[in-house]
Design a protein around this ligand. Sequence first.
Ligand code: FMN
Length: 346
Amino acid sequence: MKNLIVPVSYRATRSFANAQDDTGVCLTPPYLRSKLAQTAMNLSVQLAPRHPKGLRLTNPVMTASGTFGYGTEYAQLMDIQKLGAIVCKGTTLKSRTGNLQPRIVETTAGMLNSIGLQNIGVEALVAEKAPIWATWRVPVIVNIAGDTVQDYAALAGRLEGIPGVSGIEVNVSCPNTAAGGALFGKDPKVVAEVTRAVKRASSLPIIVKLTPNVTDICEVAIAAAEAGADALSLINTLAGMAIDARKRKPVLGNINGGLSGPAIKPVALHMVYRVAKVVKVPIIGIGGITSGLDAIEFIEAGASAVQVGMANFVNPRCALDVLEGIEEFLKEEGIEDVSQLVGAAL
Ligand SMILES: Cc1cc2nc3c(=O)[nH]c(=O)nc-3n(C[C@H](O)[C@H](O)[C@H](O)COP(=O)(O)O)c2cc1C
């Protein structure tokens, strides 16, 4: 057996652990191999570095709003405590029954949904869900949606001091009733106004979730960051529709829906990449992530964390598979800390 020197860096550790002879036989004794494979890897991320409380996740994999219920539904299916964070279904002041059926249709490499923010409302969330979350190790972030700027502020105020709520994600892909129904998220000034209102009403870390249905997402991202957003999530679904050719009419009861899944990944990646060049706050990449490699691409484009959405419907434990895929990638590449990869492709 060749003389092997004990390495100092993880990259070296990895090559040592995998040292092979000319025939491909591993030269490292098994007891050392497993020890080396356990070399500490840092997956933790800080999502709100400029917030006094911060928002530290044990790893960068979160579940996306509307695709993982309140987390409670999945607790029987997988070890949800291993997730970096859970983002719950979009929550409004009053409960909502949502849009007309059908509300979901499969598309090439994705799906369209027009759920219409069906949810239990903030009071039921505070009474029934938050007490369960308070017993969990995994942080839960509440996604909020409103018809007016005041709605957003009221929701943030109601969630203030509620045990089990670790942060707020502000969904600005909602129609602003005071402005004739245009999406809040289309206008940088309105996004700034909503962000400031939520920040004033809450001492929690605030994540603003951007819509891709805009001319220039960078303008909106800058406005949210300057207004005090602790982090940005991007992207929400892309506007789309489906038509039933034989019936000669739109498939969705609501006519329009939001496209998600692998079909939107290149668009989401492009937006994360562009926004990462113009803001300093952490970015959470969302859009078509189904594997560890997809997540790594978002991280290299500048995301500090990722959210898994539609893929949860295909494979309920997809987010954990994504996490394992990230770990595998870091091991293969000999990288000790996931943060070393953030923005590596910029
Ligand atoms: C059925 C469904 C419901 C959703 N509900 C919400 C929601 O309530 N609030 C929100 O901000 N985003 C919502 N989204 C958007 C997702 O959180 C995510 O941003 C989007 O689906 C893109 O990610 P994906 O391609 O991984 O699904 C929903 C998406 C789907 C598919």
